[in-house]
Design a protein around this ligand. Structure first.
Ligand SMILES: [Zn+2]
Length: 173
């Protein structure tokens, strides 16, 4: 079946970008105006079987719709790519929040916010620096010590002075 792909969304359970089928063209007359007359799960719930009817020519046909998942790629500083991995980000945040009054639930919620922001960009690739800045802006509100720890790893402070500058900015607030 001809299926038009549109609208990148975010699938909570998969943590991935999904593509949804928005409209289907009639295979007989090629018109967009088809309506669904029946839907039922197929292939052990991994697909949906839809019986459709074209509103132009009245012919009926069946589609099988499957969510296509595609992994989000991250671009690292050296321009190499890898698949986005939530657990890596989580690990970095847990280290930054070590012995700080930040709960795992708060870390989880922070990553959710960052992921939503990233997935809403509707890009297939995103730079690690973009993710890092998003994390830092949110971590700053949560715990300043954790923020400085995270920033020191992420921004790779070249020397103690840069680190102190960053601390100074925080203390001035
Ligand atoms: Zn038709």
């Amino acid at each position: 079946m001809l299926a038009r792909i549109g609208l990148l969304g975010y699938n909570e359970s998969k943590g991935r970008i999904v593509q949804e089928v928005l409209s289907v063209k009639c295979p007989y007359c090629n018109e967009d105006n088809t309506k669904v007359i029946d839907s039922r799960p197929a292939e052990e719930n991994s697909a949906i079987r839809r019986r459709r009817q074209c509103e132009c020519c009245g012919k009926r046909f069946t589609t099988y719709e499957k969510l296509e998942t595609m992994p989000l790629m991250v671009i690292k500083k050296d321009e190499s790519r890898e698949v986005y991995d939530r657990s890596k980000l989580e690990g970095g945040l847990l280290r930054a929040c070590h012995k700080r009054p930040v709960s795992p639930q708060q870390i989880d919620a922070l990553i959710d916010q960052v992921e939503n922001a990233v997935f809403n960009m509707e890009e297939k690739e995103v730079r690690t620096s973009v993710i890092g800045e998003l994390v830092m802006s949110k971590l700053k509100e949560l715990d300043e010590v954790a923020y400085v720890r995270f920033a020191s790893v992420y921004r790779e402070f070249k020397d103690v002075n840069t680190f102190i500058d960053e601390l100074g900015k925080l203390l001035k607030k």
